[in-house]
Structure formats: C-alpha cells, structure tokens
Design a protein around this ligand. Structure first.
Ligand SMILES: [Zn+2]
Length: 141
C-alpha cells in the first residue's frame, strides 16, 4: 500500500493505465490485469495517478492484490496450453468490448491505441462518460 502510494505520487499527472502497465514503475501488471484492477476499483484508466484520494488508493491496492491473487490461484495446476483460455474466462472487462458489464450491465467500451486497446465500463469507471478513442479522434482531425 505504501509502495503503491509512492509510485502513484511519483507518477504525477501520468494516467493510471499507463502507470500500472509501466514495468519500470510496477512490475508484473500487464494490459489485461490493469484493466481488471481499474474496473474492480471503479477508477478511470485516464485519471492522473497522483490525483487519487486515500480511499481510492486503498481500493486500487486491494483490486490489484485481488486480481493478481485470483489469477494465480485459477492458474494453479493448469497446463501451459490451458492458461490462456482460463485467463480469458475470468476477465470481467478486458477483451470484452460490446459485452455487458458483469457488475452493472452497461456495455463495456474500448479505447484503441496504435499497438493495443484498453476496455472499461463507463458506468463503473467514468461517471457514465465514454472516453474518446484516440485512434479514431486522430483520424477525424
Ligand atoms: Zn459497470
């Protein structure tokens, strides 16, 4: 928790999604699990890292621990070839754009970047706002 607070404070206005997946800042959280943890904590992927309240930081910390622990537990005992399907089956929002959010039923949305995409629930994470798709916005300029 203290370690996460330091990382977030040091990241300043950098967006949560980028900070969580930056292996130099926080090792071991990839694209999928950062989407899941942000959804679990109810935080926007684009929120500035240093802008979290103490309660939001605690919630994000619990979400990261919970998501990673659940992933480890569900992977235990599986053969390498089964891991990908098992991981996918347990994801709430990552890779599920267009599907209903398991918590509120809103449609899971996606923001695409050049090399990857993130998924989130507008109702659970952004106060109902749909985030601009950066790739599409650039094309429309
Ligand atoms: Zn939702």
């Amino acid at each position: 928790m203290a370690a996460l607070e330091k990382i977030l404070a040091a990241a300043g206005r950098a967006q949560l999604k980028g900070v969580l997946t930056d292996q130099a800042r926080l090792a071991g959280v990839g694209n999928a699990y950062s989407d899941e943890a942000l959804w679990t904590a109810g935080l926007s992927p684009f929120k500035p890292a240093a802008g979290l309240s103490a309660a939001q930081t605690a919630s994000l910390h619990a979400a990261l621990v919970g998501v990673l622990t659940a992933a480890r537990d569900s992977a235990a005992g599986l053969a390498a070839g089964e891991l990908k399907a098992e991981k996918k089956a347990n994801l709430a929002v990552h890779g599920r754009a267009g599907s209903p959010c398991p918590r509120c039923g809103d449609t899971v949305r996606e923001v695409s970047f050049a090399d990857r995409a993130l998924q989130y629930c507008p109702t659970c994470q952004t106060g109902g706002r749909t985030l601009a798709d950066r790739r599409l916005s650039r094309l429309l300029k």
